[in-house]
Design a protein around this ligand. Structure first.
Ligand code: SAM
Ligand code: SF4
Length: 327
């Protein structure tokens, strides 16, 4: 099969698969009241369903897979999920996004299962602010897990920090101290509006581009962008071991670099994080001999991918919070 491409010339070698909508944190911009299962909701994809799904995407040129959620660590069979994912034909990179609560305990099991890249969400380096944002006083243990991942030479270690006005948007000096001797890729992510967080968004949204100017003034240099780089703009500085990436979803042309598709924990294909519809794939995942139908279903829908999101108009699609779609 030819690799997936849409009518706007974008290719999609990158899949983000949510393996659970559940989470043990209560981040104020995501699940401020914690996770509550919807009555009657279907369970997440099983290992067999995940294996079939990934075979389908492999036929369509998938090279990179990110396991996300919700919190992937709340799934008891996470190691088996990773092992199943690592076996997908042609996969070059197996990444996971996690809040890091299990990192220090499970890192080696995850790496043994095939994980070779991790993004850990660390919204603040201030212990009290971290606890206020996430509902849990776990910063020290999570940072210890990050150090372990660096010591273990996990090939890619990144940290995600969502920028929040009046909460953590004064921490650049603290982050720079950290990056001097930590070889991580820090990503500052601009807060996105979702179906559930409008009031919080109005109070705390701050444009990430403002940071870019500050970085340049401090001698950080933007790396040239390759076509398939994805949406982060990366900066480096010779005096620092770490890098900084800025993800600014409200910036002009943000969607032009889109290289990813998403599948929810229950097997709905989402062409955009903020799309208006999901495409149910689970019905093609019951048996191995459905592979051609699965591949046709995915390939046949890619033409419906819009050129960009409609966040500027306040249209957040069917995403109540990112835990539901897999952020
Ligand atoms: N639970 C894991 C974690 O927090 O890393 C994985 C899922 S979480 C939805 C994935 C990423 O999305 C996290 O880095 C989180 O901070 C980010 N995120 C969640 N809601 C967001 C929002 N409204 N705007 C921007 N980023 C958001
Ligand atoms: Fe959980 Fe991640 Fe959402 Fe925080 S951002 S509530 S850790 S899913």
């Amino acid at each position: 099969m030819p690799p997936l491409a849409d009518r706007h010339g974008r290719r999609f070698p990158y899949l983000r698969l949510s393996i659970t909508p559940a989470c043990n944190f209560r981040c104020r911009y995501c699940l401020p009241h914690g996770y509550h299962a919807e009555a009657g909701s279907a369970g997440p994809l099983t290992l067999d369903e995940i294996a079939r799904l990934l075979r389908g995407f492999a036929e369509l040129g998938m090279q990179k897979l990110r396991i996300t959620g919700g919190e992937p660590g709340v799934r008891r069979d996470l190691v088996e999920v990773l092992r199943t994912a690592a076996a997908a034909p042609g996969l070059k990179k197996l990444a996971m996004t996690t809040n890091g609560t299990l990192l220090s305990r499970r890192l080696h099991a995850w790496m043994d299962a095939g994980l070779n890249a991790i993004n850990v969400s660390v919204d603040s380096l201030d212990r009290a602010a971290f606890a206020r944002i996430t509902g849990h006083d776990r910063l020290d243990d999570i940072l210890h897990g990050v150090d372990m991942a660096l010591d273990a030479e996990l090939p890619a270690v990144k940290l995600n920090a969502v920028l929040l006005r009046g909460v953590n948007d004064n921490e650049l000096p603290r982050w720079l101290d950290y990056l001097r001797d930590h070889a991580v890729g820090l990503r500052f992510i601009e807060l996105m509006q979702t179906g559930d967080n409008l009031a919080f968004f109005r109070d705390h949204h701050v444009r990430a581009e403002a940071l870019a100017g500050e970085l340049r003034e401090r001698g950080w240099q933007a790396l040239p962008r390759a076509l398939d780089d994805g949406p982060a703009r990366e900066y480096t500085h010779p005096d620092y071991a770490g890098r900084i990436g800025i993800i600014a979803p409200y910036a002009k042309d943000f969607c032009a670099g889109c290289n990813r598709l998403r599948v929810t924990a229950t097997g709905d294909l989402r062409l955009c994080l903020f799309g208006e519809f999901g495409i149910p794939l689970r019905k093609y995942l019951a048996r191995d001999d459905q592979l051609p139908d699965l591949v046709r279903a995915i390939g046949g829908q890619i033409g419906r991918k819009e050129q960009g999101h409609f966040l500027h108009q306040g249209r957040t699609g069917i995403t109540p919070h990112l835990a539901s779609t897999g952020g």
